[in-house]
Write a protein that binds this ligand. Structure first.
Ligand SMILES: *Cc1c(COP(=O)(O)O)cnc(C)c1O
Length: 330
């Protein structure tokens, strides 16, 4: 069954109305070096500046605000590569909802600690995202909790789609969107918003070469399992769920191009963001910059927005990259 038509522009407007008290509107800033490189106008949408350090607060807020009272009292559970767990914990804390977050051993310590500080019960299960997801499903049943899925949920997708509304308002000339792609909640929501306004807007998703689950699935024309590998873009790690209901269909329908970037390119993009823009961007948040900086985008228009999706990088990692890649992007 095709589910993509079940989420509409009006769901995204409804999401925005609900979440404004919890979620900040993020700045859109010029990227003059990338503009010069491409001959287009390039802007960054700074989701790394959200209070939880990533856009995931948008979907988490929309999902939890729509939870019935009885379910709020029983509590919620989630599985995460880190940023979604932090967002759910932050919003649940504001709403007084008990929360359990399942993480794999591969989630960086800074992300695990931030979730613990927000008062969530942190359960570390397995060494990959998919193993943590299985653990979360078991615990959900045992304890009668509500699962807050990180991407494959209409309310989560609509929440992430509010980025698209802000882009249309702040940058009405937009003709090209470049955003990170993992489970596809981010790109689904934004693409639904942008393509409703103008189907000609070119939508590009960027994943890392190491374990790009959605891209492999699109190539196979069905959801496939991938082997999770260590990557600087840890926020993009993990499968898209063999029982995927929404994002696979939506991405298949609305994404125009997919691009893969290497670990070197991700590191170079993180260093570029820090040195040239004074922005702290994590690996998963930097893949859109990498795609443009290393001239991997073949087709784009004159007005490009790149979503900088998160900034939760461990500082020693960033410091090393900043030292090693001072001019590597040139
Ligand atoms: C979760 C996440 C993504 C990918 O979002 P999906 O909806 O899973 O595609 C990209 N960047 C960051 C920083 C994230 O936390």
């Amino acid at each position: 069954m095709n589910h993509d038509s079940l989420i509409t522009l009006s769901d995204i407007y409804k999401a925005r109305k609900g979440i404004t008290s919890i979620v900040g509107r993020t700045p859109l800033v010029e990227a003059p070096w990338l503009s010069q490189l491409t001959g287009a106008q390039v802007f960054f949408k700074l989701e790394n500046l959200q209070v939880t350090g990533s856009f995931k607060i948008r979907g988490a807020a929309n999902r939890l605000l729509n939870l019935p009272q009885a379910a709020r009292e029983r509590g919620v559970i989630t599985v995460s590569s880190g940023n979604h767990g932090r967002a759910v914990s932050h919003v649940a804390g504001k709403l007084g909802i008990p929360v359990v977050v399942c993480l794999s051993d591969a989630v960086p310590a800074n992300k695990r600690e931030a979730i613990g500080e927000l008062g969530a019960e942190v359960v570390v299960v397995g060494i990959t995202y998919d193993e943590a997801a299985e653990g979360a499903a078991r615990l959900q049943e045992e304890r009668g909790l509500t699962m807050i899925h990180p991407f494959d949920d209409p309310l989560v997708i609509a929440g992430q789609g509010t980025i698209g509304l802000e882009l249309l308002e702040d940058f009405p000339e937009i003709d090209t969107l470049i955003a990170p792609l993992s489970g596809g909640g981010l790109l689904s929501g934004i693409a639904l918003a942008l393509k409703s306004a103008d189907p000609a807007i070119h939508v590009i998703g960027v994943s890392m070469e190491r374990g790009p689950a959605m891209v492999e699935s699109l190539r196979a024309a069905k959801v496939v399992d991938i082997v999770e590998e260590p990557t600087l873009a840890d926020a993009l790690a993990g499968g898209i769920g063999l029982e995927n209901l929404y994002t696979f269909d939506i991405i298949q329908k609305y994404m125009d191009d997919a691009i893969l970037v290497s670990e070197e390119e991700i590191a170079g993009a993180m260093a570029f963001a820090l040195h040239k823009h004074h922005l702290v961007v994590e690996g998963g948040g930097a893949v859109g910059i990498a795609a443009l900086l290393y001239e991997k985008v073949e087709k784009f228009g004159q007005n490009i927005a790149i979503v900088i999706s998160g900034g939760n990088v461990e500082l020693p990692v960033l410091v090393n990259i900043a030292r090693d890649y001072q001019t590597a992007w040139k």
